[in-house]
Design a protein around this ligand. Sequence first.
Ligand code: FAD
Length: 388
Amino acid sequence: MFVDEDRQVNLEAIRSGIRALCKDFPESYWREKDDNMAYPEEFIEVLTKEGWLSVLIPEEYGGAGLGVLEASVILEEINRSGGNAGAGHAQMYTMGALLRHGSPDQKQKYLPKIASGELRLQAFGVTEPNAGSDTTNLDTFAEKKGNKYIVNGQKIWISRSQQSDLMLLLARTTPKKEVKKKTDGLSIFLLDMNDQKDNINIQPIDTMINHATTEIFLENVEIPEENLIGEEGKGFKYILSGMNAERILIASESIGDGKYFIDKGTAYANERVIFKRPIGQNQGVQFPLAESYMKIEAAELIRDKAAVMFDNGEKDGKEANMAKYLSSESTWEAANAVMDIHGGYGLAKEYHIERKFREARLYKVAPITNNLIVTYIAQHVLGLPRSF
Ligand SMILES: Cc1cc2nc3c(=O)[nH]c(=O)nc-3n(C[C@H](O)[C@H](O)[C@H](O)COP(=O)(O)OP(=O)(O)OC[C@H]3O[C@@H](n4cnc5c(N)ncnc54)[C@H](O)[C@@H]3O)c2cc1C
């Protein structure tokens, strides 16, 4: 509906390529990683080697030069297979800030190495303990001294920092009380974490999902001025454009989870016989499945629209936010329905439902909570008064 025939054919080819790749990483692989809270290194290596994580990087820098729609179906199919694309998704899109706002020298220096996987840019350092959803209230400060910035502060929930060479870091460069608008005075940097490892203290956070997330203490971290991306003080604007891409891609993972649940739930409802008939014959079992199926299909349509708009350079804030909200909510409905359909077996690890159930829940919270999305729609689309 939103894409021409040639692009559709290419999307189908991408889907089948990813399905084939994922066959080598069955659910037992993901279960083992989850049991051990281990990073799926082998999976990420294959994805990198086959070029799937560099699809958004232009060809001149060694990527495939494809759009967010193509990236979306890659992540969707990984999650639909029972896997967890979250382990690699940031390598795809975090570089967007560099691509859109970096200097020619910065792009030439970093993008080819990010495309080949020689450098991992999988860490995006935004959230802080005292700021949370209120991003512009963050405290981490980068003070310019000579030709470098000295950074002090604390970040929380920064995923894959232990698996990354580089972090895209958001910090204040002008104190909040000295700027007219709270969104001013924030800057983004490419932080070389290997170079500064003595000044960066990374503490893993134990979570209910295997997401390699961490808390980070930055003490007199030095960043050369040439690693400032774009203009000092304009960082918030730069990350906002990337956040729409992130929301579309995360929506895609949710849609993949949703389809996984529908596939699993339907198969189980057809094969499980209780009271001498398949449980799927009962409307109490059918309805929640059919209802969440319809909602996931609708979320996919909005996701496609948002991705095509992003790829065309159109303003897609409304669509990107709606896609993230609708996909995570409909998939969470499907997760609960399929957990119910499995009866006691839903809780057994060997059925994998409980792992995907835990993983699917994240997307109601991150990268932005659904309350904040509803707030965005209320204020920016409907024109209702600001609530905060
Ligand atoms: C596994 C995981 C991985 C993550 N990875 C990253 C990462 O790589 N990089 C990164 O920077 N961050 C990351 N995050 C952080 C994530 O983006 C934040 O958790 C999220 O933005 C919410 O912030 P918070 O947890 O501080 O919640 P809070 O901001 O404290 O919010 C708590 C609750 O209050 C609600 N609330 C707050 N204010 C309002 C309001 N005005 N109106 C209505 N409701 C409101 C929220 O919706 C939420 O339900 C990750 C989080 C998790 C759990």
